[in-house]
Design a protein around this ligand. Structure first.
Ligand SMILES: Nc1ncnc2c1ncn2[C@@H]1O[C@H](COP(=O)(O)OP(=O)(O)OP(=O)(O)O)[C@@H](O)[C@H]1O
Ligand SMILES: [Mg+2]
Length: 238
């Protein structure tokens, strides 16, 4: 379970998160909301790139905020970024392998963990290829492999579906839906694609101007009046 209490973040005069309190318990939880709502800021606080003004975060009863980003990674926190982080000059395998440097595993454990992660996302055959030669979807799969490698406990994905075709999003959906069975970790998924959110997230939270405006069962959240007004209404208008 991820328990967030009274979490606030301000950048100068902008309140990016406003006293957010929420408990997330499901294997895959959605985070939705309009542009600038604070979704990425929340992931940045969870992963340790942004320090909040106030609040606390417990992941499976561990107090996360005092831990530096590398300690959170060691604990089992993984994330992907809104902007892709794949290194073209490294092989597919090494793009995953480097993440394990900070986890304190033996050489054999690292090789096995990398092989398992690449197998999970379907990139085993491309493992020795330079990442620069891969297409955008395969590169996104490298990022998912980096998230599932080496006993993750909490995985944070920031708009993994953005820019892909329906067929590709469907493959992504299958991979994300399998993460919990393969690793027992909890995934938090930000995406603007409501169909993807609905397909993989049993639970969803909605942010608007930094405030939590709804949380709960995804189907009920998506029919909530407030949510429709601020979020789905915008989609209808688009
Ligand atoms: N490092 C920063 N410095 C100043 N302001 C920031 C910073 N990061 C985010 N913000 C502001 O905080 C607010 C929330 O931004 P955030 O990136 O978390 O939104 P988001 O919900 O992820 O939006 P999007 O859907 O466009 O990715 C915005 O007003 C943004 O301009
Ligand atoms: Mg964002």
């Amino acid at each position: 379970m991820i328990s967030i209490e009274n979490l606030s973040v301000a950048f100068g005069g902008v309140t990016a998160l406003n006293a957010v309190t929420v408990e997330l318990r499901q294997p895959v939880c959605g985070i939705i909301g309009p542009n600038g709502a604070g979704k990425t800021t929340l992931l940045n606080v969870l992963s340790g790139f942004v320090l909040p003004q106030s609040g606390s975060i417990h992941m499976m009863d561990t107090d996360i905020l005092p831990m530096k980003p590398h300690r959170r990674a060691r604990w089992g926190l993984r994330r992907s970024f809104q902007k892709e982080q794949v290194v073209d000059e490294l092989t597919v395998e090494d793009n995953v392998h480097v993440l394990l440097d900070q986890l304190g595993l033996s050489a054999t454990e690292r090789l096995n963990a990398t092989a398992a992660a690449l197998e999970f996302v379907g990139l085993s055959v491309l493992r020795r290829v330079s990442a620069g030669g891969l297409n955008a979807f395969e590169r996104r799969m490298i990022e998912i492999a980096r998230c599932v490698v080496g006993r993750p406990r909490v995985i944070l994905l920031d708009e993994p579906g953005a820019g892909f075709s329906q067929g590709e999003v469907e493959k992504l959906r299958q991979v994300i839906s399998s993460i919990h069975d393969a690793t027992r970790s909890i995934t938090l998924l930000i995406d603007h694609d409501v169909d993807l959110i609905q397909a993989v997230c049993r639970e969803t939270m909605v942010l608007d101007f930094g405030s939590l405006i709804a949380v709960g069962n995804t189907a009920s959240v998506l029919t909530d009046e407030k949510v429709r007004a601020v979020y789905l209404g915008m989609e209808d208008a688009a």
